[in-house]
Design a protein around this ligand. Sequence first.
Ligand code: BES
Ligand code: MN
Ligand code: ZN
Length: 493
Amino acid sequence: MRLFLATTAPQRQKTGCAIVGLHEGGGLTTSAAALDTALKGRLTRLLKRGDLRGKSGELRLLDIEGAPCERVLIVGLGKPGSFGRKQYRKALVVAVAAVTRTGARDAVSYLAEALATPDAYYDARLAAEAVGAALYRVPAIRSTRKPPQPALQAFGVTVASGGQKAAAQRGLEQGLAIAAGAALTRDLANLPANVCTPGYLAQQARELARSYKSVRTQVLEERDLKRLKMGSFLSVTNGTDEPAKLIVMRYNGGRAGQAPVALVGKGVTFDSGGISLKQPPGMDEMKFDMTGAASVLGAIKAAAEMGLKLNVVGIVPACENMPSGRATKPGDIVRSMSGQTIEVINTDAEGRLILCDALTYARRFKPAAVVDIATLTGACVIALGGHLTAVMSNDDELAGELTAAGLRAEDRCWHMPMAEEYHEQLKSNFADFANACGRDGGAITAACFLAKFTDGLRWAHLDIAGTAYLTGSHKGSTGRPVPLLMDFLIGRS
Ligand code: BES
Ligand code: MN
Ligand code: ZN
């Protein structure tokens, strides 16, 4: 797909499809009005007949003869004033999906002009991300032949402030890179656990190093983890035959010697719960328990694609959590790489057990900041639902940076508290502390556990259990929080 910045007015634009907006109540946007005039009042006639109301998500495709554009797609924008960037992204996704069902080989969107507070860079970037999301197809494994590719090959984006061409162009390019990163994240997360194993994730990380000169990948094997004394990480992988990996990717886009940002992603390729076995309903969704890892690979890819001027190190502890005769048992005590001992109260609280050793490992890179990303707790889904990611941190400034990045990227997160009282819940009679406790405040106590491994680091934790994937009939990875992470990294470059 080729994306380009379009500047020609719709009535003069030669294209397979012009995409214009209509406000609820029948207010034509500037571009729709211009087209209407060129089409001798055809759109206003449609409106008079009551065929179109401009409700959010409403679509109407018109075949045109005698105009430079072959089709017009009218998109309902909802009530005037309610059209923000979130609605803009949604409108673009449904519009692109509609265009791909036609034979149009190219299309141009005029939707950005309806935004109340235009921003050339962010409007263009979000458009590129939306087009990428609309064209994404899950890596389905079916016996029947794949559906034919859409004819659409080029997509034009307009921005409201036509004067800021350079900013819009940069937005488009960075948006394309973010879309490519998010697509990798979604592919990896959507693959079943019998394909996407720790070894597969390691291969994909090596693939990144092959594709981009700026990326170097190193994969540590179980014998290396033993040498590093990662007793906590290794205790999770005891029950499976699938070898665990610690994947380290270095993206070098900043100056040599600049302290990197470390991204640490939970890579549990399947979480059965281990001996503390989960209930069957929804257990298939635990193939998504490596989405944190997938978002780290996606962010590294996006950084390399856009040539981000920053050093980033991606660290992914990858393993399966399975029950067996060799599996870790509730009550077992393990020693983490940090030396601290952990009583494994619940083998289903495995994410923190692999992340704590990865966080300790991250220290050797002397990172400017460490952000871990994990589908860590069901409690987070209870607290924030599927809309916002939780952020917890030992540094309010860093948490603020992430919250602001999420707002700008339309990939929001919410700062949750971490106080001493919560730490008390993790007390153990037999080890330094426990890996699990009562259900109350579960997302926060999980963060408190991780905090015990972050002394002296500027660290934040993103719990993406609610936002990483959708369930039900739209089951699948969302690609979050790649847009948030990239906005955060761009802000630091
Ligand atoms: N991977 C799960 C968390 C999860 C649950 C993600 C639901 C997405 C949807 C994690 O490993 C887990 O099982 N956490 C436990 C922790 C508890 C045992 C302290 C949980 O949330 O129940
Ligand atoms: Mn678990
Ligand atoms: Zn898990």
